[in-house]
Ligand binder design. Structure first.
Ligand code: MG
Length: 434
């Protein structure tokens, strides 16, 4: 066998995959979106096909609240821009797409760009016969330590919910509590709706904060010292309330306090940092480098929480992770249900390959999600394990995906708003951030 053939065999991990050497670059032949909602949440997955037989890839472009717009951004703008371009030039394509709209860093276009970017990483992995974490440098750890979402409308329920995660092997648990009659985050609030000057769901920041503090104290006392507790404020309180709360929870040693401030209030992190030792996680709503760069460079937060499709894909995320490592900031990528399994696989690839990994948010994959997406990362004892197949190792059953179009399982206001969110107001009618 010739030396070149041997080299080809060395890089070609699976039968039928294109090889990296001695073959022309694959060209992008088609770009389309698989729009599906197997668990009710609208998932958008970009599929890029190349001119090489059987060589294609998938990327997550999920922005569930404005999903139709992402589909149009991909199919009406990026597809004609990308057709015929070499699929193996990932960063170059990212830069070209990023600049092609002139105005940039918005959630719709970033998600569209992410769908393309992740699909190209998938293609490169399939070409090489390697999982994407290998392309990023290989494993820094064996598996990905995750936190689960515990919650309840009363403190004993929250504690029971957390215990169930601990019994399954989780070492990190996020704890959330509802407020009676109010619209909470991460937990329902049983009870009559409080009197208000409007008909929308009600939320009062001070009531939530008093209740959350008691809940965190009870969790620490009853769950013991060993478990890592996390809590998400979800940016719903004022900056001064957030700073006070971060100080109040210090004795209970949170692993991190998430989104205490909204993106509009990030300048307050300087004051927060000076006043409390509670570790801070921030970033799931960020779209732009102008948001995360100062927080990392000034060491104002401990964990970056960006939603990788919202920041434009794996290409910008791996750069931010490397940047954060230099400043001692760790990663805790956003991992809710409104990320497709491709997006979760991208989180896991970065978690494995980045030294400064902190923790990973975990959302289970339902049976219907697995019907559409085979090869999802596997959860065992609180750790997520990557699929070891080339690329993301995930296949999408497009026939199964078509059984669950956008709007599947939606009802009432949610359906009327085309998957968008309704409003939440204070008693007097003031809109609050959610
Ligand atoms: Mg959050």
């Amino acid at each position: 066998m010739r030396r070149r053939d041997l080299l080809q065999l060395a890089v070609c991990g699976s039968v039928g995959q294109a090889v990296l050497r001695g073959m022309p670059s694959p060209k992008i032949r088609d770009v389309r979106v698989i729009a599906t909602a197997p668990a009710g949440l609208r998932l958008a997955v970009v599929k890029i096909l190349t001119d090489q037989d059987g060589l294609y890839g998938y990327g997550c472009a999920t922005f569930t609240q404005r999903a139709d717009l992402v589909v149009a951004a991909v199919e009406r703008y990026l597809k004609p821009f990308l057709e015929g371009k070499p699929a193996d030039r990932i960063d170059d394509i990212w830069q070209a797409c990023y600049n092609s709209s002139y105005w940039r860093n918005g959630p719709v276009l970033n998600n569209a760009l992410s769908g393309v970017d992740m699909a190209l990483w998938d293609i490169k992995g399939r070409q090489a016969g390697l999982p994407v974490y290998q392309l990023l440098g290989g494993k820094c750890r064996e598996a990905v330590d995750c936190y689960g979402h515990a919650g309840g409308s009363e403190i004993p329920e929250v504690i029971d919910s957390a215990r169930r995660f601990m019994e399954r092997g989780f070492r990190h648990v996020r704890v959330q509590i509802g407020v009676p009659g109010m619209s909470g985050y991460g937990a329902g609030g049983a009870g009559a709706r409080p009197e208000a000057l409007h008909q929308s769901p009600v939320y009062e920041p001070a009531v939530y904060l008093r209740r959350a503090l008691k809940m965190i104290e009870a969790c620490r006392k009853q769950l013991g010292e060993e478990v890592e507790l996390l809590h998400d404020v979800h940016e719903r309180v004022s900056p001064s309330q957030a700073i006070q709360f971060a100080k109040d929870v210090e004795p209970f040693r949170l692993f991190f306090l998430e989104d205490p401030l909204s993106p509009e209030d990030i300048a307050y992190f300087r004051q927060m940092r000076q006043q409390t030792s509670t570790p801070i996680a921030m970033g799931e709503l960020f779209n732009s480098p102008h948001e995360w760069t100062p927080l990392i460079a000034e060491r104002l937060i401990d964990y970056i929480r960006m939603h990788i499709s919202q920041m434009g894909g794996v290409t910008p995320a791996r750069k931010v992770a490397a940047f954060a490592e230099l400043f001692g900031v760790r990663t805790a990528w956003h991992g809710p249900g409104d990320v497709s399994p491709i997006g979760h696989a991208a989180n896991v690839a970065l978690d494995l390959a980045c030294h400064n990994f902190g923790v990973q948010e975990y959302s289970p994959f339902s049976e219907r999600v697995r019907e559409v997406f085979s090869g999802c990362p596997e959860m065992r004892n609180g750790y997520l394990y990557a699929n070891e197949k080339p690329g993301w190792g995930i296949e999408v059953d497009e026939k199964a995906a078509a059984k669950y179009p956008f709007g599947s399982f939606e009802q009432g206001e949610h359906k009327r708003l085309n998957g968008g969110w309704g409003e939440v107001r204070r008693r007097d009618g003031t809109i609050i951030k959610q």
